[in-house]
Design a protein. Structure first.
Length: 758
């Protein structure tokens, strides 16, 4: 199976390549060895521009040796003389007036591995690169700023985008050609990478001033497009109505999800749909959400043995996955399933969410408390072998009778899935009625067989060679996991989820946060720093700490969230643009051509949108009107995008939903272990959504120190020594109560106001 990748369209690629050639020159389709220079280059010993042979570079390693990124580590012994992005490489390009070949990818990327094996391990290609280019490798997860910038640049040049991202730059970093994967030699109507290199070099040499000017124009366009557009409209539910009206046309009414080809579980967009469905009578949103969650949990995109999800399905039916697994998907899907299950009274949804968190704790969480970023799409035994089965393998693992039943339940056939080699099948639940009819068994008997079979299959699978793990620990993605663990632990009263969240919080605060510098690292890999953090690292970590405080009541998490908010305002907020920039003022990385805001949500929330929601939430909790107004200003700036471009605004839509509330801050003051405190907290548990922001004030100690520093909490205490609840909206509170029944009525009143679109 060819895993899906966003490649340059053939027609667009050939047209783009034609623009590189003077009239009368051959196209790339003329073959890899055309031209005198190519023949002589292929015949002599391959050498790099520095005089080192490719064999020497392969043996000793290139400039990536010692880099903490596992993606860069994978390329450290290619014959290409790779450099990491930094002063040494950028100065070399300027000094020698050579174009830069920039290759961006990540460790678990299938097509990145393909291009490495085909092209970057090829001595002829490596020698050509070493002689004529300065080659730079970037891990997109370590440097999302460079990735986002050059993704947009390639798109502006007319190419489709994805990874590996292939970009050619002038020594002053102006982009002038780009694409994604190229085969090493011309085939199937696609030009070979060696041909692309020759044509790019020729254009750079002959038209250097023109390509540099074009690159500057591209940067100017990107800079202009990145400027937030002011929105004079009120931020209210009408924006949500418009956004979901647009989204409706892209809803798949048969298999759920958005679009009708490959299916991505866009968790931010599905969460926005969930919140939208909750707030009023929106049956289409509710029906589509339920359909999507059902299809995903039954499909092959879900690993039915471990519980976590693969990154996407290559088909419309959620059947055959691209086998990569990522932390950001699973963290968000876990809380999405549990929140939907509690709202819809669907125990099966809750079980799916719990299974995801159980696997994150068991398989992804490291001894230092952080969670790794993901697992590779590539399989040591062949694509998908680790996750797929044959009937014979099921019979050997379970016995013939049970193996036959499980094959029927999960669609394992002799012919296998056509996308996979070796007549192998991905486990995916078949319609219950069909299975019951085929096996002649009652539903309860089928579920008993499944419950006993899956652990047995997991034990068998554990003996297979496993896909590689990307063991980076990124702060932003750990923040998403912290939110999920804290929320689900609080909603389900599950201490071990909260404890796992506490381990993440300690990892972030003790290993990555440097309070004396107000500086957050991007993350760690095996204890080594991955460089400066971006706004999403600060904002998602702070949101995670807010949620953890709501779950365990510890004042320290709220205090650290306040520290991070102050750092975000200082480092990232641009009052002139009323938005949050992606990189910090004083930590602009070496050679970054543009400092800008990143406002579009993908499958991971944009840092600017996460910071906006953080300012609104913590500003309300703390009674910090200044920071609340910053949140309002940035939301007002970005809100037009939410209505006009909802596909890239999933998390932004949740911020709009939050602001168009109303949202209540619910303060519970009282000793943690006291029965009355627990009774008041129990009234919040049925409301598993963002309409209420819980704050807990311990009876004494550190909690009182925190209260003194947060204006909104002053005067709130356990009156008469009895636990007391306060339901407030931006500092205006209803009468305090220690009676759970009164608190219940106050919460219901707040929900009624929210549903009315107050």
């Amino acid at each position: 199976m060819l895993g899906w990748v966003l490649m340059l369209r053939h027609r667009g690629l050939l047209l783009a390549l034609l623009t590189l050639l003077p009239l009368g020159c051959r196209t790339a389709a003329s073959g890899p060895h055309s031209g005198k220079a190519a023949r002589s280059g292929d015949q002599r010993q391959a050498r790099s521009g520095s005089g080192k042979s490719t064999a020497s570079i392969r043996r000793k390693g290139n400039h990536l040796v010692g880099e903490p990124s596992p993606y860069l580590e994978q390329h450290a012994h290619n014959p290409v003389d790779w450099y990491p992005w930094g002063k040494e490489a950028l100065d070399k390009a300027k000094r020698e007036n050579k174009p830069i070949f920039l290759s961006i990818g990540y460790a678990t990327c299938h097509w990145c591995h393909v291009m490495e094996k085909e092209s970057f391990e090829d001595d002829t290609i490596a020698a050509y690169l070493n002689q004529h280019f300065v080659s730079i490798k970037v891990d997109r997860e370590q440097r999302p700023d460079l990735d986002a910038l050059y993704i947009e640049a390639v798109a502006a040049m007319g190419g489709s985008t994805g990874w590996p991202l292939t970009v050619f730059l002038t020594p002053k970093l102006e982009p002038f050609f780009g694409g994604t994967y190229f085969p090493p030699r011309s085939r199937f109507g696609r030009p070979g990478f060696i041909d692309v290199l020759r044509q790019v070099l020729e254009r750079f040499r002959k038209e250097g001033d023109r390509v540099a000017a074009r690159g500057r124009q591209i940067f100017q366009a990107i800079r202009a497009a990145a400027l937030p557009k002011s929105n004079e409209r009120k931020v209210d539910k009408q924006i949500l109505d418009e956004a979901f009206a647009r989204l409706h046309r892209a809803r798949d009414p048969v298999f759920g999800g958005f679009g009708f080809r490959q299916k991505f579980p866009n968790a931010p967009l599905l969460l926005a749909e969930l919140r939208y469905g909750k707030r009023g009578n929106h049956p289409r949103a509710r029906a589509h959400l339920v359909l999507t969650l059902e299809q995903m949990m039954r499909g092959g995109i879900r690993d039915h043995l471990q519980g976590t999800f693969h990154r996407y399905a290559v088909d419309r039916h959620w059947h055959v996955p691209h086998f990569e697994k990522m932390l950001y998907d699973n963290a968000q899907l876990a809380s999405l399933y549990v929140e939907a299950g509690l709202w819809l009274d669907r125990d099966d949804f809750v079980r799916v969410g719990r299974a995801v968190l159980d696997d994150l704790i068991a398989t992804w969480q490291q001894p230092d408390g952080g969670l790794v970023v993901g697992f590779d799409a590539d399989d040591p035994l062949g694509e998908g072998v680790y996750y797929s089965w044959t009937p014979a393998e099921l019979h050997a693992a379970l016995g013939k009778k049970t193996g036959h039943a499980i094959a029927s339940v999960y669609g394992v056939s002799e012919q296998g899935d056509r996308e996979l080699e070796g007549a192998r099948s991905v486990l995916h639940r078949q319609p219950a009625a069909e299975v019951e009819s085929k096996l002649g068994l009652a539903p309860q008997a089928i579920e008993r067989a499944v419950a006993s079979a899956l652990p047995a299959l997991l034990r068998v699978r554990a003996r297979r060679p496993r896909p590689a793990m990307d063991d980076k620990e990124l702060v932003a993605w750990n923040g998403l996991a912290l939110i999920a663990l804290a929320d689900v632990g609080r909603w389900l009263e599950e201490p071990r989820y909260v404890e796992a969240g506490q381990r993440i919080a300690r990892f972030v605060l003790e290993s990555c946060w440097q309070p004396e510098k107000r500086r957050m690292l991007r993350g760690l890999r095996r204890g080594a720093s991955l460089g400066e953090g971006f706004v999403d690292d600060y904002a998602l970590a702070a949101l995670g700490l807010l949620h953890l405080h709501a779950a365990d009541g510890q004042a320290q998490w709220l205090q650290h969230a306040v520290e991070l908010v102050r750092a975000i305002e200082l480092k990232f907020y641009d009052p002139g643009l009323a938005t949050f920039m992606h990189t910090a003022r004083e930590d602009i990385p070496e050679g970054l051509p543009l400092r800008r805001a990143k406002l579009d949500d993908g499958v991971v929330p944009a840092g600017a949108n996460a910071a906006t929601l953080l300012m609104l939430q913590l500003g309300a909790i703390a009674g910090d009107r200044l920071r609340y107004e910053i949140g309002l200003a940035t939301l007002q700036t970005a809100a037009a995008n939410a209505a006009a471009q909802p596909f890239s605004s999933g998390f932004l839509l949740t911020a709009v939903d939050h602001r168009s509330g109303p949202v209540r801050e619910v303060v519970i003051a009282g000793a943690k272990g006291e029965a009355q405190t627990q009774a008041l907290l129990a009234e919040l548990r049925p409301h598993s959504h963002a309409r209420f922001l819980p704050v807990r004030i311990p009876a004494e100690g550190a909690g009182q120190v925190l209260v003194a520093s947060l204006p909104a909490l002053r005067g709130k205490k356990a009156f008469g020594g009895r636990p007391t609840a306060f339901v407030c909206e931006l500092g205006r509170c209803e009468l305090p109560t220690g009676d759970p029944a009164v608190l219940r009525r106050q919460l219901r009143g707040a929900l009624a106001a929210a549903d009315a679109g107050h």
